[in-house]
Design a protein around this ligand. Structure first.
Ligand code: HSE
Length: 430
């Protein structure tokens, strides 16, 4: 019988995912899907003494993740530190420069520096794998990069941030405002102490930028993403959208057209029966539209120790199997950033909420202004809200170019009977 190779794994970052990985490997010493076995032979984290649900006293400790990444005792480097720069980037670069395979869950690093890291990895013949960076336990990265390489993907779109999805779901279910639900999510440990990356839409933007690169065979272009988070989503909009037959979700999308690629993250309305509207709580969900395959829909846990550690373990299995393929579907040397499409040219349906004085002629003035601007109304709802300063009227439009819609909003905002800036939300195109 041939001896199985033991791969010595250095793990930097012992937060939720690191803890999940160490627990998994400790409980499954026989994890050898590709013949080899993985054994953690070194760890690094910010604090050695922080209480943890597992014992690291028997493992070699490295204060400096770069030293762990380049140690002669490390065959594979697993980066679970996080952050687009700083120690995570330094350690990944050091491991790749030394020709060592790298597995990471770091979406910010891959979205912002993926092209240069891919070039480094490929020049050294070292795999750089990041299944856990997008949708946690759902194998979105492998699906787009590998399983769908025989198709031409036209678009990817979905819910890529569990924290935002949880907050929006709770707001609707309990009738509480954003700030209150966020504070509770932080108390329960569902949201980070600094929630900016999640609620600001940046985490979802990192993930959709990675999916866009994999789907369209280009370098990630995070800087080109148009990003709006959920902090401005009001309970009133959630309730009015529901009255109109929609649910508000933070939707991240990447669409390819002959003009280039449009990457956006926005709170968007999905029809109540739509699979995206049905994906509640912390679930992630994704639609992929291929020219030959048609539509694919996947849904599952986008975060958490177990699912994310499973994704890291799947990448370790690829390393042990010796699978080396281009980091972003096409070789790094042939990757260029995609051409961003001007979002003002995009065409879609919209939801507009206005707060108006309750007096004769207001609705006529609003619809006349929209008609003059070339925006066609699809549905209209006026609702009496007690204790509100004005009366909310809400309408949905037929498909219209964003530049036309924005110009119409400016004109509406200047009508004397309109009390606040109109609230614009897009209606999801999927
Ligand atoms: N913070 C992310 C989320 C999980 O809420 O979905 C890690 O990407």
């Amino acid at each position: 019988m041939t001896q199985q190779k033991t791969w010595r794994v250095g793990v930097a970052g012992l937060g939720t995912v690191g803890a999940g990985l160490l627990t998994f490997l400790a409980e499954h010493p026989d994890f050898a899907p590709a013949g080899g076995r993985a054994s953690v032979t070194g760890v690094s984290a910010r604090s050695r003494s922080r209480p943890r649900p597992f014992d690291i006293s028997g493992l070699p400790w490295f204060d400096d993740p770069v030293a762990l990444a380049t140690s002669a005792e490390t065959d594979v480097f697993v980066e679970l530190i996080g952050g687009s720069d700083g120690p995570a980037k330094a350690a990944v670069e050091a491991a790749l420069s030394a020709g060592k395979p790298v597995v990471t869950a770091n979406k910010a690093l891959i979205a912002e520096h993926g092209a240069e890291l891919a070039a480094l990895a490929e020049s050294k013949g070292a795999p750089l794998l990041f299944e856990a960076a997008v949708m946690g336990g759902v194998p979105a990265v492998k699906m787009v990069r590998e399983a769908l390489v025989g198709d031409e993907i036209k678009s990817v779109a979905g819910i890529l941030n569990g924290t935002c999805n949880y907050i929006l779901t709770e707001m609707e279910a309990t009738g509480r405002a954003f700030a209150e639900v966020l504070a509770e999510a932080q108390r329960l440990g569902y949201a980070e102490a600094d929630p900016t990356m999640d609620v600001g839409g940046f985490d979802a933007a990192h993930k959709i930028s990675i999916l866009a690169a994999l789907a369209f065979g280009c370098a990630p272009n995070y800087a080109a993403a148009e990003i709006e988070g959920i902090a401005g989503v009001e309970l009133l909009d959630i309730q009015l959208a529901r009255d109109l037959g929609y649910r508000i979700k933070l939707v991240a999308s990447a669409d390819r057209s002959p003009d280039g690629v449009l990457v956006r993250v926005h709170p968007s309305l999905a029809p109540l029966a739509h699979p995206l509207a049905q994906a509640g709580g912390a679930l992630n969900a994704l639609f992929i539209e291929g020219r030959r395959t048609g539509r694919i829909f996947v849904q599952g846990p986008g975060a958490g120790a177990g699912p994310t550690a499973a994704a890291v373990a799947a990448d370790l299995a690829d390393v042990m199997a010796g699978a080396v393929r281009p980091v972003f579907q096409a070789p790094a040397a042939s990757l260029s950033p995609f051409t961003p499409v001007d979002p003002s040219k995009s065409i879609g349906r919209a939801y507009l909420r206005l707060s108006v004085k309750d007096e004769p002629g207001v609705i006529a003035a609003v619809s006349e202004t929209l008609a003059e601007a070339g925006v066609s109304i699809e549905s209209f709802l006026q609702k009496l809200v007690e204790n509100a300063s004005g009366v909310p009227i809400v309408l949905t439009t037929h498909a219209v170019a964003e530049s036309v819609l924005k110009a119409a909003i400016e004109r509406i905002a200047s009508l004397p009977a309109v009390l606040d800036r109109p609230r614009l939300l897009r209606i999801a195109r999927i």
